[in-house]
Design a protein around this ligand. Structure first.
Ligand code: TRP
Length: 446
């Protein structure tokens, strides 16, 4: 099968940013930050983004662009007939698994779009109303599974239409618009009476809370948010033309993604403290917090609707990239037509997603292992364990098998001139990243 290419380098930045920016920034980041005590987690997350995320981003993009292959094919091309292509398969499994529960939460955002448009978040909204709306959704197996199905169908349809016509076109106007509305909401959140308490929680760290679980979660969140550790960026890099500037494209994606997450926190925490909500409630956080800000905001109904539409679209550009990894493999290596591959992957993820969709309504999924529901266990396993593991293996491969200096040449814009920080990057990808990730794993297991 013929492979696609991005129509322009800006198109690539948009698509990669579209993959990175999603529920990870707006749903997951605030909730894991809240669960891990706020500011200290934010700092750990920022350190993880700058010191681990950015380097792994370049490792994945260069591997993809150099080989012009899906993750399995990329490892196979550089180290034929070795076990390394297993890292590519791990990526495919991780992608489908993340997709399965990610699309459940994306389904929730569709429901919230509808509730917003129906004008349910109005003046004088009470806690009981907000909880009632949320439980009317999650306690209904039919509704959650149907929304999961609908979201998966939209994703698969777009992926089936191909890389540039399907993916690139969507992201251009909508991501900047999401960013603008977030800025607007942040400014408004800062005028709320609980703003200073919220900011204290979010920005003033308490070092005594430091522990390994926090560090592992911060690293997992950094990789999750940047779509790293499972080959999504290998795949997106593989559609890049050879003359593109990887260094600046990668940097732009990382900065934009991190800003969006940071702003989400600025919106959420002042609101949480203003309305006496719990910052550590977990995956329900944004769904039980944002309604309050919209209920007070002038033209709140309009803003709420716009916000949830944009969030659904941000989620869509992310699910597209989760599907794309497996589809690229099936198209490249198995010669499957794109449409068939997309529908097959979507079907598997849908079936695997059903227990997650039933996580608040049907036993045993409501309390699957150690009192945690199925969706939370999936999220922890794939985001906090599998992505850092994938990143560890990808870095080791790029550093020692492909060799960091070959990768560095791929990142260079002018082949004879080093990119800024090239030597540091080489040192990081070979030693710092594998060692740090290994150390975190060992301490978590102990
Ligand atoms: N980064 C996306 C988000 O923040 C989710 C995502 C898309 C992802 N593709 C990925 C996460 C690949 C890990 C790996 O919402």
């Amino acid at each position: 099968m013929k492979r696609g290419k991005w129509a322009s380098s800006f198109g690539f930045v948009l698509a990669a940013a579209g993959s990175a920016v999603g529920l990870g920034n707006i749903w997951r980041f605030p909730y894991v930050t809240g669960q891990n005590g706020g500011a200290l987690f934010l700092i750990a997350y920022l350190i993880a983004v700058i010191f681990l995320g950015l380097s792994v981003m370049y490792a994945e993009l260069s591997l993809g662009r150099h080989t012009h292959k899906n993750p399995v094919g990329a490892f196979e091309k550089i180290k034929p007939r070795s076990l390394w292509k297993g890292v590519g398969f791990l990526g495919i499994v991780t992608g489908i698994s993340i997709l399965s529960y990610y699309a459940v939460i994306a389904g929730w955002t569709l429901f919230y779009t509808y509730i917003s448009a129906a004008g349910k978040f109005k003046q004088g909204l009470s806690q009981t109303d907000v909880n009632g709306i949320f439980s009317s959704l999650v306690s209904s197996p039919l509704l959650t599974v149907s929304l999961l199905f609908l979201f998966m169908l939209i994703t698969v349809y777009i992926v089936s239409r191909g890389v540039s016509s399907g993916i690139e076109r969507w992201t251009g106007i909508l991501m900047p618009l999401l960013f603008v509305i977030l800025i607007f909401l942040s400014v408004y959140a800062l005028t709320l009476p609980g703003a200073s308490e919220g900011l204290k929680f979010y920005l003033s760290p308490d070092l005594s809370k430091l522990n390994f679980h926090l560090v592992l979660t911060a690293v997992g969140q950094a990789f999750f948010s940047l779509s790293l550790g499972m080959g999504a960026m290998i795949t997106y890099g593989s559609y890049l033309p050879d003359k593109d500037n990887l260094f600046s494209s990668g940097l732009e994606v990382v900065i934009f993604d991190t800003l969006v997450a940071f702003l989400a926190g600025i919106v959420i925490f002042p609101t949480v403290f203003t309305f006496n909500l719990s910052p550590s409630q977990g995956p329900t956080l944004i769904f039980k917090t944002l309604p309050f800000i919209f209920s007070k905001l002038p033209l709140g109904r309009l803003f709420a609707t716009l916000f949830f539409v944009l969030l659904s679209i941000a989620a869509l550009t992310s699910t597209i990239s989760l599907v794309e990894v497996a589809v690229a493999y099936l198209v490249d290596e198995r010669n499957m037509p794109r449409t068939k591959a997309a529908f097959l992957v979507g079907l598997i993820a849908f079936i695997l997603g059903i227990p997650s969709a039933l996580s608040s309504s049907i036993k045993p999924f409501t309390s699957f292992i150690a009192g945690k529901d199925f969706l939370s266990i999936m999220d922890f396993t794939w985001a906090n364990v599998s992505l850092p593991l994938g990143a560890l293996l990808i870095s080791t491969f790029v550093g020692f098998i492909w060799k960091a200096k070959n990768a560095a040449e791929e990142i260079r814009f002018h082949k004879s001139k080093k990119f800024p920080g090239e030597n540091i990057w080489i040192f990081f990808i070979k030693y710092i990243i594998p060692l740090v990730l290994l150390a975190i794993f060992i301490s978590t297991v102990l």
